[in-house]
Design a protein around this ligand. Structure first.
Ligand code: ADP
Ligand code: MG
Length: 230
């Protein structure tokens, strides 16, 4: 598959020097643009490790990672960080919004590093993204004055600020009730359908995994099952 967005070849990850944990034991994986993939597996199976490697937050101990056709193992830290910024959006279980800043300011945060961006342009764009996650009316609120589901939707808008082709989510609905979880999940599916954004979502929730196009099963650092649905 030459047009893969994500390609892992024999990726391993070891932690520790005395006691060594083999968090990933040789993962081969291709993800095509536009795929909506769930990553599931028991606690400690390596899901977060794999997501961190996909997100260029951590490097493999061995193996290769090609993202959008570029070999990331050859990149220095600065190149890697710039590439990550424009290629990948992140949504975490705990949204990591900055409490002192309004919703729209949080959403525009990833773009502050861009050169030549005007503040009013960033604000307009952030407000539009908040409209897209159905929070237009709350753009001037601070995170603590919003519900958990609303905060997570702000975090999704922030993840999309750079218009990345790939969004990675680690338990994005993990601390939400069923209703809010469904709303957040529906939003991710909509951005996938309408904008062709590729998603990889770690989830414990089999209900949500079943609504993905593909389910990757990780056990003890190995991909043991690759299930395509629909
Ligand atoms: P999951 O997200 O599926 O629960 P993780 O990727 O967090 O699994 O962890 C996989 C394995 O790697 C576990 O045994 C965990 O204890 C270990 N591990 C994860 N991060 C570190 C780290 N920074 N240092 C040492 N061991 C780690
Ligand atoms: Mg984890």
């Amino acid at each position: 598959m030459p047009d893969a967005l994500v390609r892992l070849e024999g990726v391993t990850k070891r932690y520790g020097t005395h006691v060594i944990t083999h968090a990933l034991r040789g993962v081969d994986l291709c993800i095509a643009p536009g795929e909506f993939t769930a990553l599931i597996g028991p606690s400690g199976s390596g899901k977060s490790t794999l997501l961190n490697i996909l997100g260029l937050l951590d490097r493999p101990s061995s193996g290769r990672y090609l993202l959008a056709g570029r070999d990331t193992s050859a990149m220095d830290e600065e190149t890697l960080s710039a590439f990550r910024g424009r290629t990948i959006g992140f949504v975490f279980q705990f949204h990591n919004l900055l409490p002192e800043f309004r919703a729209w300011e949080n959403v525009s945060m990833p773009r502050w590093i861009e050169k030549g961006r005007r503040r009013d342009e960033m604000e307009t764009d952030a407000r539009q993204l908040l409209e897209a996650v159905e929070l237009g009316a709350l753009a001037d609120r601070k995170p603590l004055d919003m519900s958990g589901g609303q905060q997570q939707r702000v975090a999704i808008a922030r993840a999309l600020a750079m218009r990345p082709p790939l969004v990675l989510a680690d338990e994005p609905t993990g601390n939400l009730d069923t209703h809010a979880a469904d709303e957040v999940f529906a939003l991710l599916r909509r951005f996938n359908a309408e904008n062709g954004i590729t998603f990889v979502i770690v989830t414990h929730d089999p209900r949500l995994a079943e609504r993905c196009d593909r389910i990757l099963h990780l056990v003890d650092g190995c991909l043991v099952k690759d299930e395509r649905r629909g």
